[in-house]
Design a binder for this molecule. Structure first.
Ligand SMILES: CC(=O)SCCNC(=O)CCNC(=O)[C@H](O)C(C)(C)COP(=O)(O)OP(=O)(O)OC[C@H]1O[C@@H](n2cnc3c(N)ncnc32)[C@H](O)[C@@H]1OP(=O)(O)O
Length: 407
């Protein structure tokens, strides 16, 4: 039978069907408070549905947020809510939606990159998304790790409270640090509502979320968000602290927050799904192995506009290199580009000169934030280095990218 499914922008009338579809494909109930929260950040004019004679069979959306990249903060399409009904899978609907979305982002000309979190790692490389940032998941035996002894006279103090009551302090610190934290996304008031949203039926038996703010002599310098899942076994108390976010402006704050989280009474483990790959905690505790660190992919990045993206970021060292990029979807990205730049900025122009490095737009996405190295991709046989002019060091940055939330 001929597939008559049409792609079209969503309307407000599609909401129930869209959240029904997303509930089906993600095997969860997106209802009530959770659905309201998703509605708070939903951008109707940036979503698409696949309409099969009135049935919403596919959906993709994007959020307009800024992303911190090495040396700059740039607009980035934050792609999310991707799904195709099980009855309509593997007949090319995702491919059609992805292609249309990529062309729409490129034609609008505002965002040089798009980012997403992938449910499965095999889905997005074909659409030009590369693994640009990774994360550590921590499962800490908190009774078996020690942090350095605290200063005799700490310069700050901790104040615990309801996250909603501490919003101004938390968002203030986040905003102050964001320009330097590669991989962080901007959070306006709606996004803070979403981040702090805490629907009761999504706590999986754990407490509501708590917040603690670290205050120094000049004001707030950091905060942590967490909840606790209670447990008792034959050895006694065995609760788990589930950490959502630790944000700290300086080492003293960072240590104070972790000392607090690791020391909560009646707990025996502390977990965190989204720790940084270079999380300072790894180098502060006396028994790093007891942090139970596991490595996972995090943010996937798609370069929408090669010269736009390459000139938007800064480079750790001077760089003058010819990149030969292939992009079968956004074909104007394909070709040879001379990138000349350094810590102060860069230019990127088409060139007829021979390439130093040949790579797909997927691999350019992977190296863009400095979280994946050209040299690693070359060793993996993905990137071809034709000369000794290797841009690996220039593309790195002071810290590895560390996105803070799965949007
Ligand atoms: C950013 C986010 O929202 S991530 C969330 C993604 N969504 C989910 O995981 C929800 C559950 N899954 C789904 O809804 C669907 O399976 C989707 C959206 C992943 C794929 O939709 P489909 O319409 O079936 O994809 P489509 O038919 O266009 O497939 C394109 C290609 O990708 C491949 N592909 C699609 N999904 C997957 C997958 N999950 N794993 C491996 N390969 C996949 C297909 O085999 C096909 O390959 P081919 O061209 O070599 O034949």
């Amino acid at each position: 039978m001929k597939d008559e499914t049409q792609l079209r922008p969503s309307t407000g009338d599609d909401f129930a069907a869209i959240f029904g579809l997303l509930s089906t494909v993600f095997h969860e109930e997106i209802e009530g408070e959770l659905r309201d929260l998703e509605g708070v950040v939903y951008e109707l004019d940036r979503s698409l549905v696949a309409d099969d004679a009135g049935l919403v069979a596919g959906h993709v959306q994007a959020f307009s947020r800024d992303l911190t990249v090495p040396g700059a903060v740039i607009p980035a399409a934050h792609v999310s809510g991707v799904g195709v009904l099980p009855t309509h899978r593997r007949r090319g609907l995702l491919t059609r939606m992805m292609h249309r979305q990529l062309h729409e982002i490129a034609d609008a000309g505002r965002e040089a990159v798009a980012v997403l979190w992938a449910s499965e790692t095999s889905i997005y490389p074909r659409f030009g998304y590369g693994p640009a940032a990774s994360r550590l998941s921590l499962n800490i035996m908190n009774r078996e790790v020690r942090l350095p002894v605290p200063p005799a006279e700490p310069s700050g103090r901790l104040r615990m409270g309801d996250p909603g009551d501490l919003l101004a302090e938390m968002s203030g610190v986040y905003e102050r640090l964001r320009p330097d934290r590669v991989g962080w996304s901007s959070r306006d008031d709606n996004w803070w509502k979403w981040v702090l949203g805490d629907p009761k039926d999504h706590r999986d038996g754990a407490t509501r979320r708590y917040a603690v703010v670290h205050e120094g002599p000049g004001g707030p310098t950091g905060y942590a968000l967490w909840r606790i899942k209670d447990d008792w076994n034959s050895h006694g108390p065995s609760a788990e602290v589930q950490v959502r976010e630790v944000v700290a402006a300086d080492p003293e704050t960072y240590q104070a927050l972790w000392r607090f989280l690791l020391g909560i009474d009646l707990t025996r483990s502390v977990t965190m799904r989204l720790a940084a790959v270079d999380e300072p905690l790894l180098y502060m505790v006396d028994e790093p192995r007891r942090l139970g660190a596991g490595y996972v992919d995090a943010l996937w990045l798609r370069v929408i506009d090669v010269p736009g993206a390459l000139t938007a970021r800064r480079y750790a060292t001077d760089v003058d290199v010819v990149l030969e990029v292939t992009d079968p979807i956004l074909t104007r990205n394909s070709g040879r580009w001379r990138l000349t730049g350094g810590p102060g900025g860069a230019t990127c122009t088409p060139t007829g000169d021979p390439a130093d490095v040949a790579l797909s737009v997927t691999d350019l996405g992977a190296v863009y934030l400095g979280g994946t190295a050209f040299s690693t991709l070359a060793a993996a046989g993905r990137v071809r280095q034709a000369t000794g002019n290797d841009p690996t060091v220039a593309f790195r940055w002071n810290r590895l990218p560390s996105p803070t939330e799965v949007f």
